[in-house]
Unconditional design. Structure first.
Length: 330
């Protein structure tokens, strides 16, 4: 597995569409086979929007990735006194939860996005800069798929607002643009170079990603919950829940919604000393608290930092948020 991650990291071209699509299909099969206790089912029998994490083992929370393949490269090289990353994952002595947003490089690729925009305007007759973006975005998500298929019970990736390869409007999804027309640029590139069937099946993969993760004494979603969402809304991927767990901007959340979520989804004992983690909005510091200290933002795009939570211990943000590479000892 480590060799597979390294191969993806070192690859200098965009992946082969057919080979990549096989991995997409395999990952969709993994989602569909997840057990009821882990992924409560939708009414149509498909995997729902909630994932229950394993109890009693350490948890790593990974913030927004945005095509940062080197972040995953650093993550899988972590060491502890009990073993390396792959040993711990294989023995289910560790679990990993990524908060989403695999596509679209951010500030460090602003110039490239603007150059790629000119390629997009001319119908991708030349597409070097867009190829570089897609090599990284698809490569990052290929790593995620490899890890999910290898460790289906203890590796999870949540849906973020950037998990919208079709640049759709509806069902809680919205078209995306920031430095250029990133959402439409990606959609058009995929249609032109990967094909319509690839776009359709990758969209199915995205819509199979969970929205909310429930841990021992913590919750995780991509964004701060816009309001309280009950089990049925999240499990069924209700449009308001998809939007409200992936798109919430600072200041948009209802007062008390985070605490209501913690009290509802965690046991009474756990909820009393619990926190809700998310990414979505950029921060420049180690973490940023919202919702009267109940919600922790962790997306600092200038650092490879993770949250390392140990079972049976109170969360200490100063100690539990660490920059990698590094050790993950208790």
């Amino acid at each position: 597995m480590k060799e597979q991650i390294t191969t993806i990291l070192q690859r200098q071209s965009v992946p082969d569409p057919l080979e990549y699509l096989q991995k997409v299909e395999k990952c969709i099969e993994v989602f569909e086979s997840e057990s009821e206790p882990v992924r409560p089912r939708r009414s149509d029998g498909g995997p729902g929007g909630i994932v229950h994490l394993l109890k009693g083992i350490p948890t790593i929370i990974v913030p927004d990735l945005h095509a940062r393949m080197n972040f995953i490269g650093s993550l899988v090289n972590l060491q502890s006194d009990e073993g390396d990353f792959f040993e711990l994952m294989s023995e289910e002595k560790l679990q990993v939860l990524c908060v989403g947003d695999g596509f679209h490089r951010e500030l460090d690729a602003k110039d490239r996005w603007q150059k790629a925009f000119h390629e997009y305007e001319k119908g991708f007759k030349k597409h070097h800069h867009m190829d570089e973006e897609m090599r990284e975005s698809l490569g990052l998500m290929e790593m995620i798929m490899e890890l999910k298929c290898a460790f289906p019970r203890n590796f999870h990736f949540l849906k973020g607002n950037h998990e919208n390869i079709g640049n759709e409007e509806g069902g809680g999804n919205h078209p995306f643009r920031k430095f250029a027309f990133e959402g439409d640029m990606v959609r058009n590139w995929v249609l032109q170079f990967m094909g319509e069937d690839f776009l359709r099946r990758y969209s199915v993969f995205e819509k199979s990603l969970p929205l909310l993760a429930i841990g021992d004494n913590f919750l995780i979603s991509h964004a701060e919950p816009q309001r309280f969402f009950d089990d049925e809304e999240i499990t069924s991927y209700d449009g308001e829940a998809v939007h409200g767990l992936t798109w919430t901007a600072n200041g948009e959340a209802e007062v008390g919604g985070v605490r209501q979520m913690l009290d509802h989804y965690l046991s009474d004992d756990a909820a009393a000393n619990s926190l809700y983690f998310g990414g979505h909005r950029i921060i420049t510091e180690k973490y940023r608290l919202r919702a009267e200290g109940d919600f922790v933002q962790i997306h600092n795009p200038w650092k490879f930092q993770i949250v390392f939570l140990k079972p049976g211990k109170l969360i200490d943000l100063e100690k539990d948020i660490i920059e990698i590479p590094g050790k993950i000892n208790g």
